[in-house]
Design a protein around this ligand. Sequence first.
Ligand SMILES: O=C(O)CCC(=O)C(=O)O
Length: 313
Amino acid sequence: MPERPPGLTPQVRLGVLGGLSTAQQVPACGGSPHGSCHPQYASAVATSLVGAELATAFGRDGVVCVRQVLDPGELASAARAIEIVLANPSPISQVASSADDPGSFFEDFCRWREIPEIEQLARGSRVPQIAAALMSTPQLRFYHDHVLVKEGGTQQRTPWHQDQPYYNVDGRGVSAWIPVDPVPEAGCLELLAASHLGPWLMPRTFLAGEARWFPEGSLAELPDIEAGREAFDIRRFELAPGDAIFFDFLTVHGAPGFPFPGRRRVLSLRYLSAGARHAPRPWRTSPPFDGLGDELPGGAVMDHPLFPAVWPA
Ligand SMILES: O=C(O)CCC(=O)C(=O)O
């Protein structure tokens, strides 16, 4: 972990304290004498933004909660974006709950190029700065957005899983799971601390549990977490709108249904570290990036207009 440059103090604290004020936003990389960011400088600046404590907790646990990441204007923008997605779902959207569920679990992906609100949040909010800091990476690319809405009364759990085995990347990445509605602790995303340090685990379809990605038997199976929850270090939080849970692409996570009267609308923004590399798969990834293998060879840096560099700005 790089040293904090002198004069820069920790500014975001684990799990509780308020968000960053405007004066606390990350210094622009114009601070470099050459006008562009030296990778070590950029990654030191990134770490200084959240403070060593939070970055250390993220490295150790693969999950941290940061309060009030979005300001009220950004929160309104995120809520508007989710409503646009719900009113006009893309062809890859899905309902991941059964027809007899009293609620519903809706998901959609990769809408940032059509919905300016999402692009603005992905690039211009404090989310990318914090994501870069947590991974201590000299450069951050936006990977994709994911909208996840559980209507009030939804029974469908989000099964325990890791995200990365569904993706087309090797190397580190982080998701920021940002609700725009209040989320009681009992309705929150749940994450297994330190599971990002473990192996890749078998991805399956949420409803039928089918192995559509890695072939059966090729990865270890997840343990039956629900059968013995007390054996696991499960992290969950009571969240206010605009709080965010940041978690590693390999952190095992799941979520209960939403047995509450309100809705649980979430915008998740996903980012790649500088070390991420394209890993084309012989199957359709989730989300899919059809045809990308023709433009970006396996093992290549994710340097493609679909994955813009968003930090340093
Ligand atoms: O929101 C949920 O229920 C699940 C979220 C999730 O699995 C994710 O963001 O990767």
